[in-house]
Ligand binder design. Structure first.
Ligand SMILES: Cc1cc2nc3c(=O)[nH]c(=O)nc-3n(C[C@H](O)[C@H](O)[C@H](O)COP(=O)(O)O)c2cc1C
Length: 200
């Protein structure tokens, strides 16, 4: 038995990982060392456009999302690909060290990429902290909290008269009578078994 929900209890946060030209929501961020030159690691799915961008860039930014996060930030950066939309278009952003950061956050860290490790699905990018600031001293949203409350947080509204299936991992909505057997969630890559039918 593999009940992956126990992983939601690992204290992870909610972040927007950005480069100059794109970015996505991530929870898999860790501070891997402290001291004078802290190292921050972030795991990015290979299928994400952000992964491609990071392989061309030398820096990334992590904006920390608070409990009062505007759900549009999660929807824009977490359920869309910068291959299809300009994620920065309707966002309040600033440029720091040549990287876009999210103003509506608790603060940011800018890291210079010093190493990366590949596995079959993800790249772990390791960055050295070069710049950071705090905008407000609010409480950071944990990934566990997001998972427990995502229906209210994202105010999942489905189109009337259509059967909707919600991804229990990221909140992506699939419309159709049945989720196809070989379906992979465009938001987070999981299969059909992790979709739940929305009761209207
Ligand atoms: C709550 C949440 C957590 C996520 N965590 C990660 C993560 O840690 N790593 C990752 O690569 N994608 C993660 N994603 C998925 C990406 O944000 C999503 O696939 C995004 O649409 C990719 O956009 P891109 O193609 O522009 O890079 C997460 C999404 C959500 C909603």
């Amino acid at each position: 038995m593999k009940n992956e929900k126990i992983m939601w209890k690992i204290t992870q946060g909610m972040y927007v990982l950005t480069t100059k030209n794109g970015g996505c929501i991530v929870d898999s961020v860790s501070q891997v060392s402290g001291g004078e030159n802290p190292l921050i690691a972030v795991a990015v799915m290979k299928k994400n456009y952000t992964n491609e961008l990071l392989k061309k860039d030398d820096k990334f930014a992590i904006s920390v999302l608070g409990m009062d996060v505007d759900s549009e930030i999660i929807k824009t950066f977490g359920f869309n690909s910068a291959r299809d939309i300009n994620k920065f278009e309707n966002m309040s952003i600033s440029e720091v060290e040549g990287v876009n950061i999210i103003n509506n956050s608790l603060g940011y860290m800018i890291c210079e990429i010093v190493d990366s490790i590949e596995n079959d699905t993800h790249t772990l990018f390791i960055g050295k902290l070069i710049e950071a600031d705090m905008f407000q001293n609010g409480e950071a949203m944990s990934y566990g909290y997001y998972q427990e409350h995502k229906e209210e947080l994202l105010k999942v509204k489905t189109e009337q008269g259509k059967t909707a299936w919600i991804c229990t991992i990221c909140g992506y909505i699939y419309y159709g009578e049945e989720v196809p057997e070989d379906y992979q969630c465009p938001g987070c890559g999981v299969g059909k078994e992790l979709f739940k039918k929305k009761e209207n």
